[in-house]
Write a protein that binds this ligand. Sequence first.
Ligand code: CP
Ligand code: NVA
Length: 308
Amino acid sequence: MIMTARHFLDLKDFSFEQLRSILDFAHELKRRLKAGERPRLLEDKVLAMIFERQSTRTRVSFDVGMRQLGGQTLMLTGQEMQLAREETIEDTARVMSRYVDAIMIRILSHDDLLDLAGASTIPVINGLTRRSHPCQVMADIQTFEEHRGPLEGKKVAWIGDSNNVLASWVHATALFGNKLAIACPREYWPDQGLLSDIAEVGDAVSLGTDPHAAIADADLVITDTWVSMGDTDEGERRRILKPYQVNPRLFSQAATDALFMHCLPAHRGDEVTDEVIDGPQSVVFDEAENRLHIQKAILCWAFGIENL
Ligand code: CP
Ligand code: NVA
């Protein structure tokens, strides 16, 4: 597929240097905003945001980020577009490319995302698919760096089912020099595509079923909802994933200064207890805030602006 624009679809499409540069820019944009500066780098640019599923953070942070950069947004849902009446995703891309300057989309089918990007002459940003959530993991890395410095050499533990956020963490691990220990029940094991991504990363990723082994001495502990958008077997999931709850007993096995992250929304009492998510080592709201800063840097990159 020949891509004619700067799309942000998956972390594995990037080199370390490219992602480093986006992260450095996000740190700088955050510093500037806190100092009261709002460089209008995307003056008059229009971002179309298409949501096939619910969102709080992605929707609000992209919208506010564009406004802070001097741009504008259009909020659309798949249901109210002709997409719902079988207009193809490629034709949708061709039409949108004539009106707006970039598209951010949340759509469960990753193949549809790729088809949209393939037919689009303007940048397309992945706002979550069933397969990956790259903006989230960029925000996670920004947050880790703020609190603990470089990720290189650190141990990240993923506790729970295999899902889109985990996939983007696997892709990040291939580039950032950290280790990733995954504890996941056999029933919700990575699919073939993610297993081959894991195999490509090599020894930096370990995959097992034991949450105690994965969390041991971890510098960063991450979990996510047990029921992702599009999952249908909620009751079964809550039963099988119960031993993977991040509670004080499990979290105490991580390094003493370990951070806790969760992309949110959290289901308190399921994948994480209040003591951990509200505890002193939790950085979940910094993580949510950083969606704003990193996505501003991603938007600027998509428009060819890489520093101030
Ligand atoms: N973490 C995240 O993407 O949140 P939303 O579903 O609220 O956008
Ligand atoms: N894994 C979750 C992330 C939500 C932001 C989901 O796909 O629903």
